[in-house]
Design a binder for this molecule. Structure first.
Ligand code: FEO
Length: 169
């Protein structure tokens, strides 16, 4: 495997674990404020991010490439209001999309078609992640300021259940 592609794939393990950590902190914030449904939604999001990390980890191992695990940074959440947390989530997903695109571009440059095929799942997944984050912001805009509506939205988010990723390596 090309050195740069390998480095980027390895770094992505850490980025996905950081994403899990960040969403765990979001969950923590909502839980502290009594919004259990939002807390559940981000808890499941954190589980999904851990799954993403494991996919990069397993892909490198399957390719017989070394995996180096680095320290996961403290999640920094500069978001005083609930809406700020949701917006931070969307911004983070856009950032992750840019990282996936960077790996894809590096793989494309060296004609690493297998890595490109592996990344195809993530390209699609990032589209869904951004849509989900956007939807959450739209719903909060519509319903967040009315306590009864916020209660119902919280209930809707409480119903989210975890499902394992559709990509199996
Ligand atoms: Fe692993 Fe939310 O992207």
């Amino acid at each position: 495997m090309d050195k740069k592609v390998h480095e980027l794939l390895n770094a992505q393990i850490n980025k996905e674990l950081y994403s899990a950590y960040l969403y765990l902190e979001f969950s923590n914030r909502f839980k502290a404020d009594g919004l259990d449904g939002f807390a559940n939604w981000y808890m499941i999001q954190a589980q999904e991010e851990r799954d993403h990390a494991m996919l990069f980890y397993t892909y490198l191992q399957n390719e017989d490439m070394p995996v180096t695990l680095e320290a996961v940074a403290k999640p920094e959440v500069d978001a005083p209001e609930h809406m700020d947390i949701l917006k931070a989530g969307l911004n983070h997903e856009k950032y992750v999309t840019s990282l996936i695109n960077d790996i894809y571009a590096a793989a494309y440059e060296v004609r690493d078609f297998r890595t490109m095929q592996f990344l195809d799942w993530f390209v699609k997944e990032q589209g869904e992640e951004e849509t989900n984050a956007n939807d959450l912001i739209s719903k909060m805009k519509l319903f967040g300021s009315d306590p009864r509506s916020l209660y119902l939205l919280n209930q809707e988010l409480a119903a989210r259940i975890y499902s394992a990723p559709s990509l199996v390596l």
